[in-house]
Ligand binder design. Structure first.
Ligand code: NDP
Length: 329
């Protein structure tokens, strides 16, 4: 793997810099390479992104079953094969007020670029229990869409009270024999339509005012959860096969705070039907701007859009530069 080597005084310049190496970043790199933009992609702290911490992926078109890390390795190799330069660095500072844009890595290496694709993704929030970490991938998951299928005929629980938790519970009810929604309060923040669907579903039961205190297992898979009931001071044990944590995500956007328009949750705002951000020449693809779908295939699609939009932007900029030269000659 190539490690950043350029010094602070000699920034590496590219027409297109891509930050992030999940499905959005790699797909953008593939499309941009094939458009002869010679993109530079900075991998970030978790090369391959969120899919590298999942196991089987069964919804990536063309692969009935593929391991997440393997899929990301193949995407990275594909991007390299078509000419993308992939650099193992972690961007810690970005200046979008300058042209070209400037990004700085954690060792001080600098990158300048005429256009930028942000594909830094988002991270699922976890409860923070040691037992939750131990059973991740063995019954504990943060993606019902990815892993629900494995719980056909089993009993599952979802933690959370937002739209994601409710939609996860409804999705799981397609497979599971019973689904519990465990929420720490006595009302949900999910929208009313989702709530109505949830309450009407015969397979779903809501456990109010309860906190997951421990994930229980037999060493190789989840067998239940221990619940605290703060209002009564009681504890109880719930027998389940799978625990889905749906307590929100944090988009990795702190680098761009006060430089790009974002929603109150920190997701980058883009023009509808586009990946264009509030700064011309800067595009955002994948979970960093998408709080609704959070799927690899959607992120990959957005990576494609971002690369095509960056290409059009660069062509427009070049045409404008020629016009200015002609007028001033
Ligand atoms: P939200 O932030 O909306 O909800 C998170 C939920 O998790 C809250 O109910 C919160 O409880 C609970 N929670 C947070 N931390 C903990 C914790 N440590 N222990 C237990 N529970 C916890 O996140 P979502 O992912 O659900 O949604 C994010 C955004 O995306 C929202 O704006 C949502 O509306 C949107 N969205 C929209 C969809 C749609 O329109 N179809 C689908 C999915 C998401 P509490 O309520 O007590 O704070």
């Amino acid at each position: 793997m190539m490690r950043a080597t350029q010094t602070k005084t000699a920034p590496k310049h590219s027409k297109l810099l891509i930050i992030g190496s999940g499905p959005a970043g790699y797909t953008a790199a593939i499309y941009a390479s094939r458009s002869a933009l010679n993109p530079v992609l900075i991998e970030g702290p978790q090369p391959g992104g969120q899919l590298t911490i999942t196991t089987e992926v069964e919804n990536w078109p063309g692969d009935a079953s593929v391991q997440g890390p393997d899929l990301m390795l193949r995407m990275g190799n594909h991007a390299r094969h078509v000419g993308a330069e992939i650099i193992a660095d972690y961007i810690v500072d970005v200046d979008l007020t300058q042209r070209p844009f400037v990004a700085t890595g954690d060792m001080g290496d600098r990158y300048t670029a005429d256009s930028l694709i942000i594909a830094t993704g988002a991270n699922a929030r976890w409860l923070g229990l040691e037992s939750e970490t131990r059973y991740r991938g063995q019954g504990v998951s943060a993606c019902a869409t990815c892993d629900g299928f494995f719980f056909r005929g089993r009993v599952c629980a979802v933690v959370g009270g937002g739209n994601t938790a409710v939609e996860d519970a409804l999705h799981l009810a397609n497979f599971a024999s019973a689904v519990y929604l465990i929420h720490r309060r006595d009302s949900l923040r999910a929208d009313k339509t989702n709530q109505a669907r949830l309450f009407a579903h015969p397979k779903i039961k809501v456990i109010w005012n309860a906190e997951v205190a421990e994930v229980l297992g037999n060493g190789s898979k989840v067998t239940g959860v221990q619940l605290n009931h703060p209002l009564t001071g009681e504890q109880s044990t719930l027998t389940i096969d799978g625990l889905f944590v749906a307590i929100g995500h944090d988009p990795a956007t702190s680098l761009f705070k006060d430089q790009l328009a974002m929603d109150p949750d920190g997701y980058i705002l883009v023009t509808p039907g586009s990946t264009a951000t509030s700064v011309p020449g800067v595009f955002a693809a994948g979970d960093v701007q998408d709080k609704h779908f959070r799927q690899a295939v959607v992120s990959a699609g957005m990576g494609c859009m971002a690369a095509l939009e960056a290409e059009r932007y660069l062509i427009d900029q070049a045409a404008k530069a020629v016009l200015v030269e002609t007028v001033s000659a």
